[in-house]
Design a protein around this ligand. Structure first.
Ligand code: ADP
Length: 404
């Protein structure tokens, strides 16, 4: 009676023919299917003769190592499927070409080998996949860090490159003014001042664009310090007073609980919030109008309200005005002066104010009965700022030089 391995060896030509005929597809081992099957078969014979299926280990490892990125990205286990197909062909061939006793004997020997093969390939292939995914994740992380660096580099380069020529313009203009004054050609001063004003406005726009970029990329760093809301508002009111006086706009402040308390935040940035909101209130209120500033203390927050008697804002625009470059109305009809009634602007003031408030953990929103340039319903901007009674930990560490 032939040995089980001899029965299998006798069947080899049929196995091979079927394997090549049925498995010649897919990416795995496509060109070398017959060689690989011959290897597989030799290992199978060895495993049967020794009763030790671990003979397969090097072959399975070499298959796993030859998996392509596409194979590894697949949800199914490619080698496991391949072995499954081989097993089916082998079983089918045995049933069709041996007597039942031999078939039973062979399957009792092959079953534990198959079970070993499936468990082993599943493990090896999963390990390879984990390795592949870990590499991919690491690569993604490196790419993200690079992207983040290039974003912040862009902001730094833009800030520097755009401001440098302005500094040159300012420098030459002040030299020009000196010459004009020395040569007593005072009628030319108006042109020099025109250049200075234009350059100042351009600098403001560049700074706003940089701020928007910082806020969008989460790169805005807040320098927490004590601040007093009443002082900040008084400061901003003095800043805008040339405009309010010129346009006969009154600004009234009503004291409220918490208004003169010390709080922690970035005073420079909070000034920016109120500067933007107050400039808008002046800009969108006709000459002779009123701006009221009040507020209240809430649990954990101070709410400041800035109301104007201006043109108002339609309900559907009350959220979009906080998106960047969003200005309402026909831009061609905007007056060109920045502080004039309905003066033009790039539409960055509100997104910046909102971004700064949110970076502090606060928020900004607007209420208005709608837009009407005949009845002037006005708008009320609400600014919510958190009450912070001690220096935040991160800022404290930076102050003490503990943060790297
Ligand atoms: P900019 O003032 O540069 O246009 P902002 O972001 O500050 O940009 O404001 C966006 C738009 O929101 C303004 O163009 C204006 O249409 C509207 N807006 C802002 N504040 C007011 C206000 N107080 N009253 C009426 N409309 C306002």
């Amino acid at each position: 009676m032939p040995l089980p391995s001899e029965i299998l060896i006798n069947l080899y030509p049929i196995f091979e023919k079927k394997v090549v005929h049925e498995l010649i597809r897919g990416s795995l081992l496509k060109n070398e299917i017959s060689d690989q099957f011959s290897l597989f078969f030799n290992h199978l014979i060895q495993a049967i003769e020794t009763g030790d299926p671990s003979w397969f280990d090097p072959l399975l490892t070499s298959w796993a190592n030859s998996l392509t990125q596409t194979d590894l990205a697949e949800e199914k286990n490619v080698i496991n499927e391949f072995i499954n197909e081989l097993v089916q062909i082998i079983n089918q061939t045995i049933i069709e070409n041996t007597v039942p006793e031999d078939a039973v004997l062979l399957s009792s020997l092959l079953l534990p080998i198959y079970s070993y093969l499936f468990t082993k390939t599943a493990n090896i292939e999963t390990e390879q996949k984990i390795l592949f995914l870990t590499k991919k994740l690491n690569q993604l992380q490196t790419d993200l860090v690079k992207l983040d660096e290039s974003k912040s580099n862009f902001v730094a380069v833009a800030a520097h490159e755009l401001k440098t020529p302005l500094t040159l313009i300012d420098g030459y203009t002040s030299m020009l003014i000196d010459v004009i004054l020395k040569q007593n050609k005072n009628d030319l001063l108006v042109f020099a001042n025109g250049i200075i004003n234009g350059s100042k406005r351009l600098r403001g726009i560049i700074e706003d664009m940089i701020d928007v970029s910082l806020l969008e990329n989460d790169l805005l760093k807040l320098n927490y310090q004590p601040y007093w809301l009443n002082r900040i508002l008084e400061f901003v009111i003095i800043e805008v007073s040339p405009v309010s006086q010129e346009r006969n706009l009154s600004i009234n402040i009503q004291d409220f609980d918490g208004f003169s308390d010390m709080n922690y935040g970035d005073p420079e940035r909070i000034i920016q919030i109120f500067r933007n909101l107050l400039s808008n209130a002046l800009k969108f209120t006709p000459d002779g109008g009123k701006i009221n500033i009040g507020g209240r203390k809430l649990s954990g927050f101070i709410e400041v309200l800035i109301s104007d008697t201006g043109i108002g804002i339609n309900l559907e625009d009350q959220t979009t005005i906080f998106d960047k470059f969003n200005r309402l109305g026909n831009i061609a009809l905007h007056s060109s002066g920045k502080t004039k009634f309905k003066g033009g602007g790039p539409g960055l003031g509100l997104p910046i104010a909102k971004g700064i408030a949110e970076a502090h953990g606060g928020s900004i929103w607007v209420e208005s009965d709608g837009y009407n340039e005949l009845e002037f319903p006005g708008s009320t901007f609400h600014i919510l700022l958190p009450i912070i009674d001690k220096l935040p930990e991160r800022n404290l560490m930076e102050e003490q030089g503990l943060n790297k």
